[in-house]
Design a protein around this ligand. Structure first.
Ligand code: ADP
Ligand code: MG
Length: 652
């Protein structure tokens, strides 16, 4: 007699209930031969499903020996058991256990995907099986769109896709009406006729009697084993040699598995859009804020560069007082035009420009207003980045001739002139001095701009014509001659002015220091806010982990089904890890996209600061998304991979 394809020897299976031990199976010995069609019958709770799970390598016995084709299974690793499930067995469940978010043909293809069958080939196999089972018209439907009988056919198709040498059906007709039950039994009989070994669990004797052999179980023991028909052993099946067990994988196989895990993860994300979107939210917010902040900071630095860059690095500013914000500075009147004249004769000075700021009253025709008079040099406008809208700025000869010409800002235009009136060439009165408007400045959007009405006239005219010779200066700008270090010159000027004034009642600012202070400040603020954004990214990552953990609980039965049809632990781990990384990456892409949209609108709103998005934060964002996905996805993915197939299947 041929060797049995399945051989159980004194199998026992114990379950622990708190302290107590319960034997669901005890001393079960059984041989099943290739080509048999067997029914396992017994009352509910007698241990039929427990036996079936052991037969199908979903569960391992507590004791005894289980051999498949003569090979002992008790010392096989989880992935080797998965290989047996994938390649030797085909499972059919009472409640079909199809994945609801995949079409029936996609459900059917899962075992073939895990086996590594080439895509074209496995698809053809599935189509052929569907035709044989009469459900080819339903291939692309979702399981929920099928009747119970059709769903059971789909699950039979899934059992057959990898060959299904041994078909294990646990109450396959339990959820079907009697005529559909007969059809399903007819299919199983036909499969048996074609050589498949079929084992059916049922509590329906009428169903059992259509098989060739009935094994009766009671309280975990085999109480009867009756043959109804002559065994047609070897009739269809030449006893072929079982392929060796093992986990040898070719490189292509690994790539395929990875690609398939990727596809399944993508399918899962797409079929749970709302959940995926919520998962991504934290990542989106984090990435958007990081990129936006860095872009704003870039913009701010560029703005500062453009506003202050013209100042040049070899320019020194002299102010009265001990520093910015010195309250007594207004009372210091020692910085005068005399200082300017003396400084201009020094060899280390290229040029000197004084600046005087005085409040006064301006009037034009019947309008009278408070204004600020700024007596400046001709280079003031260029140095401070003030652009002219119409007319001209005054020039060196205006300065030398002390002409009474003025450049006015937009505030002054609006205050003094009617909308249709052209201010150019008009004479306005500063206190009682007439000056002619020669230029109008563009609206100054700078954060550093002076509020109120600003009227600029040559400093020489200011001193001689408007406020008299005795006046003190608000500020002196010194351009250091080439080949001189501004630091050395600052020291020399400091010594000179200190001796002239009798004490150091002024301070000298190097523009370079000034620019550096501001850029440093912007940088520190950027780093601080970026840290907050990074924290939000980490919180987003924890959110991903949270939802992945919940989703695994929710999808435990999916994981159980996948394992039952032969998924390795690695397949499950990869699927969930890739899903987590994909979710994070998609969140990252959406975050980057959102940052670009924000930048676009910031651009439209003509703020002074523009967002400058560079590739570095995008690269960093992508890397962080992948890292977050792996880091926060690993624990849930590993939990999923470590699930016990039987326990997972039982969950619904
Ligand atoms: P059935 O013949 O109805 O399929 P089962 O094989 O499912 O019976 O169960 C047999 C016995 O083992 C039952 O008493 C059941 O409560 C128990 N049992 C089955 N699975 C488990 C488990 N995972 N943990 C504890 N007890 C179990
Ligand atoms: Mg059962």
């Amino acid at each position: 007699m041929a060797n049995p394809i399945i051989s159980l020897q004194d199998i026992g299976r114990d379950f622990h209930y708190e302290e107590a031990l319960f034997s669901a199976l005890d001393k079960v010995s059984l041989d099943i031969f290739s080509g048999e069609m067997i029914a396992i019958v017994g009352a509910s709770g007698s241990g039929k499903s427990t036996l079936m799970n052991i037969l199908g390598c979903l569960d391992v016995p507590t004791r005894g020996s289980y051999r498949i084709n003569g090979q002992e299974t008790s010392n096989l690793a989880p992935d080797e058991l998965a290989k047996l499930r994938r390649e030797q067995f085909g499972f059919i469940f009472q409640r079909y256990h199809l994945l609801s978010h995949l079409s029936v043909i996609e459900n059917t293809l899962i075992p073939a995907i895990y086996k590594g069958t080439a895509p074209g080939r496995r698809y053809q196999q599935a189509v052929d099986i569907f035709k044989r089972l009469g459900i080819d018209s339903k291939a692309d439907a979702l399981p929920s769109q099928l009747s119970g009988g059709q769903q059971q056919r789909a699950s039979i198709a899934r059992a057959l896709i990898n060959g299904g040498k041994i078909i294990l059906a646990d109450e396959p007709t339990g959820a079907l009406d009697s005529s559909t039950s007969r059809q399903v039994m007819a299919i199983l009989r036909e499969l048996n006729d074609q050589g498949h070994t079929v084992v059916i669990v049922t509590h329906d004797m009428a169903i059992a009697e259509t098989t060739d052999r009935i094994i009766q179980i009671n309280d975990g023991s085999v109480v009867a084993d009756t043959s109804l028909a002559p065994c047609k052993l070897g009739q269809h099946y030449s006893q072929e040699k079982n392929p060796p067990l093992g986990l040898v994988q070719s490189g292509r196989g690994l790539f395929e598995r990875f690609f398939n895990a990727f596809q399944m993860a993508a399918r899962s994300i797409l079929s749970h859009r709302l959940r995926s979107a919520l998962t991504m939210l934290g990542i989106i917010i984090g990435i958007t804020s990081v990129i936006t902040i860095v872009a704003l900071s870039n913009g701010a630095q560029q703005l500062i560069g453009s506003k202050l860059g013209d100042l040049g690095t070899n320019v020194l500013q002299i102010y009265p007082g001990s520093g910015y914000g010195d309250k007594d500075a207004g009372a210091i009147h020692t910085l005068t035009i005399e200082d300017v004249n003396i400084l201009s004769k020094e060899g280390y000075v290229d040029s000197v420009t004084p600046m005087i700021r005085v409040p006064l009253t301006v009037h034009y025709e019947h309008v009278i207003a408070d204004a600020t008079l700024l007596g400046v040099g001709a280079s003031y406008f260029r140095v401070n980045g003030l652009a002219i809208e119409k007319g001209v700025t005054f020039n060196l000869s205006d300065e030398e001739e002390m002409r009474q010409v003025a450049v006015i800002d937009q505030n002054t235009v609006e205050k003094l002139f009617d909308a249709e009136k052209d201010p150019l060439g008009e004479v306005i009165w500063l206190n009682s001095v007439p000056v002619r408007v020669v230029g109008v400045l563009q609206k100054n959007k700078s954060l550093l701009s002076n509020p109120g009405l600003n009227i600029y006239i040559p400093y020489s005219s200011t001193i001689s014509r408007v406020i008299g010779n005795t006046s003190h200066l608000t500020n002196v700008t010194v351009r250091v001659a080439d080949q001189h270090s501004s630091e050395v010159v600052a020291n020399a000027i400091s010594r000179l002015l200190t001796s002239r004034h009798g004490k150091k009642d002024f301070f000298i600012e190097n523009n370079q220091d000034f620019i550096k202070t501001i850029t440093d400040t912007v940088f520190i603020i950027t780093v601080l806010i970026s840290c907050i954004a990074l924290i939000s990214l980490v919180v987003g990552g924890i959110g991903v982990m949270n939802i992945m953990l919940v989703s695994i609980t929710e999808r435990t039965s999916e994981i159980g089904i996948r394992m039952a049809v032969g998924a390795r632990q690695g397949d499950i781990l990869w699927q969930f890890l890739i899903e987590s990384v994909l979710v994070c990456l998609m969140g990252g892409f959406l975050g980057v996209g959102l940052a670009f949209i924000i930048a676009f609108f910031v651009g439209l709103m003509s703020f002074d600061i523009q967002m400058i998005i560079s590739w570095e934060p995008i690269l960093v964002a992508s890397i962080s998304c992948i890292t977050i996905g792996i880091f926060f996805g690993f624990l849930p993915a590993r939990n999923a991979a470590k699930l016990n197939p039987v326990a997972a299947l039982a969950r619904d």
